[in-house]
Design a protein around this ligand. Structure first.
Ligand SMILES: Nc1ncnc2c1ncn2[C@@H]1O[C@H](COP(=O)(O)OP(=O)(O)OP(=O)(O)O)[C@@H](O)[C@H]1O
Ligand SMILES: [Mg+2]
Length: 350
């Protein structure tokens, strides 16, 4: 069965099962078929960087990658790759709103550090931006492992909560400060609870007198960019549409990994549609099929391993439209894994 590509293809799964490798090989396979592909990694560990030979300084920039450096292709194709950088995303939206001068803010800088808490929200904003600009047929998303993936799915909820009614109320006051009110701190003090007020005054003492002003500026900046945030909320709804997205839950053919995948599926199910795929990576079946031991014990070992792998696939596969199998690649270099797995996707595309 061929798997038609969709606008967004999501690779999720627990740690180390091959999400990054399979996402990269999928991007290669699609681009070698002539599709315009953007591969985005929202994994702060940025393993994609090693696979694609990118550098930290490439973070936040679109980098073109030639498929011929991975696979034997008749004509040279390329795809774009993006290592997500929350600070670059903030810079982009700030510039779009003409707020370049306000970007140099201590709090915004902390929030948009790779582990600053805004990673997933900024990821949703970035994906939405590239979807709207229409430059790509498909955006392939390599997501962070386990719980961080759920954080990504819940990011739009966080956006909704952040820009709720009380935020708008707060900003009514902050807005006065932005338009030159003479006593912003006093006004701000009125609207925050005494607990927050205490905290702010404590932070003001330890971080310098301008802390509250910097805080107000940061919140004001986010408010002025709110449309970028709120338009990203639609992304969540789109993901649930079969015609819009392909979900690939990646696991590897080991007992505990399949168990972990099932538990992740439960957490993520409410965000997915039923048209999803289980990608079982590192399958041993192709090797076992070609292994013909003579020794009785080895024969038993072979048949036990085959049965166990098959049972895992059947057990896990019940919850998916289709199970895709990718074999263990006997090579040391991650790049070779990508090349071989791209072949696997090619077979599924034709
Ligand atoms: N089919 C395969 N055969 C052999 N090795 C593989 C295969 N798929 C992936 N690998 C290797 O397994 C390791 C983990 O793969 P990868 O980084 O893609 O996993 P991941 O799920 O993205 O991990 P993380 O959760 O840390 O982001 C890498 O060294 C990769 O090259
Ligand atoms: Mg990864």
């Amino acid at each position: 069965m061929s798997i038609p590509n969709k606008k967004v293809e999501i690779f999720c799964g627990t740690g180390g099962v091959g999400k990054t490798t399979l996402a990269t090989s999928r991007a290669i396979a699609l681009s070698s078929q002539g599709y315009k592909v953007l591969l985005i990694t929202i994994d702060p560990a940025k393993r994609l960087k090693q696979v694609l030979g990118l550098h930290d300084s490439d973070s936040g920039n679109i980098i073109s990658i030639e498929t011929k450096s991975f696979a034997e292709v008749s004509k040279s194709e390329s795809f774009d790759a993006l290592l997500l950088s929350p600070s670059k995303t903030l810079e982009r939206i700030g510039k779009a709103e003409g707020l370049e001068d306000e970007l140099d803010n201590r709090i915004l800088k902390v929030l948009t550090k790779p582990y600053g808490g805004m990673n997933e929200i900024m990821a949703v904003l970035e994906v939405q931006f590239h979807l709207e600009n229409g430059n790509y047929d498909t955006i392939v998303l390599d997501t962070p492992p386990g719980k961080h993936f759920i954080d990504f799915l819940e990011a739009t909820k966080k956006i909704e909560n952040f820009f709720d009614k009380s935020f708008v109320e707060i900003f009514k006051y902050l807005g006065k400060k932005v338009t030159g009110d003479s006593a912003p701190k006093k006004l701000f003090g009125k609207i925050v609870s005494s607990g927050i007020k205490k905290l702010l005054s404590y932070l003001e003492k330890v971080t310098g007198g301008d802390f509250v002003d910097i805080f107000i500026d940061a919140v004001g900046f986010l408010y002025k960019c709110r449309e970028h945030f709120t338009s990203a909320i639609d992304f969540q709804k789109e993901l649930r549409k079969k015609e819009f997205s392909n979900w690939f839950l990646v696991t590897s053919a080991e007992h505990h990994k399949v168990g972990e995948a099932m538990s992740l599926l439960q957490d993520a199910q409410k965000f997915m549609h039923g048209d999803n795929f289980l990608a079982v990576n590192k399958c041993l079946k192709p090797f076992l099929d070609n292994w013909h031991p003579i020794d009785k014990d080895l024969k038993i070992l072979k048949s036990t391993m085959l049965t166990r792998e098959n049972e895992l696939k059947v057990f896990a596969g019940k919850n998916f439209k289709k199970v895709l199998e990718f074999s263990e690649i006997l090579a040391a270099e991650p790049k070779e894994h990508v090349t071989d797995l791209a072949e696997g996707w090619n077979l599924l595309l034709t």
